[in-house]
Design a protein around this ligand. Structure first.
Ligand code: ATR
Length: 265
């Protein structure tokens, strides 16, 4: 009789600050269970000054993969020795792994958002007029994959209009989708959009986000990249009586893409 070989336990984790609220461990536990993979997936709280050392130690100890969340996605990108095209366009990563001793990074947020919209919510993006609110890391991370779905146009509106313009200038050379930028105030005179995505941090910080009613037509969709709480943006969408989704579907979809990177079929 031969002994059964011991089952390998793989280690993955999500790093951020704050991190206690993260739902990633539960999501990855479900993926691992479905594949029969023995996975230990931890939450790691990091301070800016020890972030790089924690990442290095994790992989030196044989860790399989890391998810990176706020506020370290840009820092993690700068640590990478190899990056995907989506990571380079976002200048941020949410997924790390090691290959031939090199730290590699991808950004699955935008592909996750596209998948959530098109497959979880059955909302094809081709031909749609899209409005993105916000021009921080969250917005920058999703623009290229959204453009890959061939919307009719994409407009970025931000409190600081210059930041939206800078994103457009960087992204337009990589897509044929017409990209425009402006301020939140300009939205009072804007047309209605098919899809309105909230990528501001107002939900996180419980700050108001005043939006005019003219942004919505009766078939508009609203998507808040924030998940797990009612936000002023979702309240606005409810007031317009349009279908709205919070960011949980994106969270699951971006996590699935990370998991597939660490554990290819
Ligand atoms: P993240 O990485 O989550 O995108 P960020 O880079 O700090 O975080 O960006 C936050 C975004 O929310 C920015 O677009 C910010 O607008 P500014 O560029 O003008 O700062 C936007 N934001 C934050 N607070 C806001 C508020 N009270 N009203 C409108 N937009 C706000």
């Amino acid at each position: 009789m031969t002994d059964k070989p011991p089952t390998t336990t793989y280690r993955c984790a999500v790093i951020g600050n704050p991190i206690a609220h993260s739902r990633s461990p539960d999501i990855h536990a479900a993926f691992a269970q479905a594949r029969g993979i023995n996975l230990q997936y931890d939450r790691i709280l990091a301070e800016a000054e020890n972030f790089a050392a924690i990442v290095a130690q994790f992989f030196a100890d044989g860790g399989r993969g890391l998810n990176i969340t706020l506020p370290y996605k840009e820092t993690a990108y700068r640590l990478c020795e190899q990056t995907s095209a989506d990571a380079r366009l976002a200048e941020a990563v949410n997924t790390l792994w090691q290959e031939n001793g090199k730290l590699c990074g991808d950004n699955t947020d935008g592909r996750g958002l596209r998948h959530a919209l098109e497959h979880e919510h059955a909302y094809p993006l081709a031909g749609k007029h899209i409005l993105i609110l916000g021009a921080g890391g969250a917005a920058r991370g999703v623009i290229a994959p959204l453009c890959a779905a061939r919307p009719a146009s994409l407009h970025i509106a931000n409190r600081t209009a210059a930041k939206a313009a800078a994103i457009i200038a960087a992204q337009q050379p990589h897509t044929t989708v017409p990209l425009t930028a402006g301020s939140l105030e300009d939205l009072a005179a804007a047309p209605a959009y098919d899809l309105i995505i909230n990528a501001t941090s107002t939900g996180l910080t419980d700050q108001p986000l005043a939006l005019p009613a003219n942004l919505a037509h009766c078939n508009s969709r609203a998507y808040d990249m924030q998940y797990g709480k009612s936000t002023p943006f979702l309240a606005w969408a409810a007031a317009q009586q349009i279908t709205a989704h919070d960011g949980y579907s994106m969270l699951v979809a971006q996590a699935r893409l990370s998991f597939q990177q660490w554990f290819p079929l």
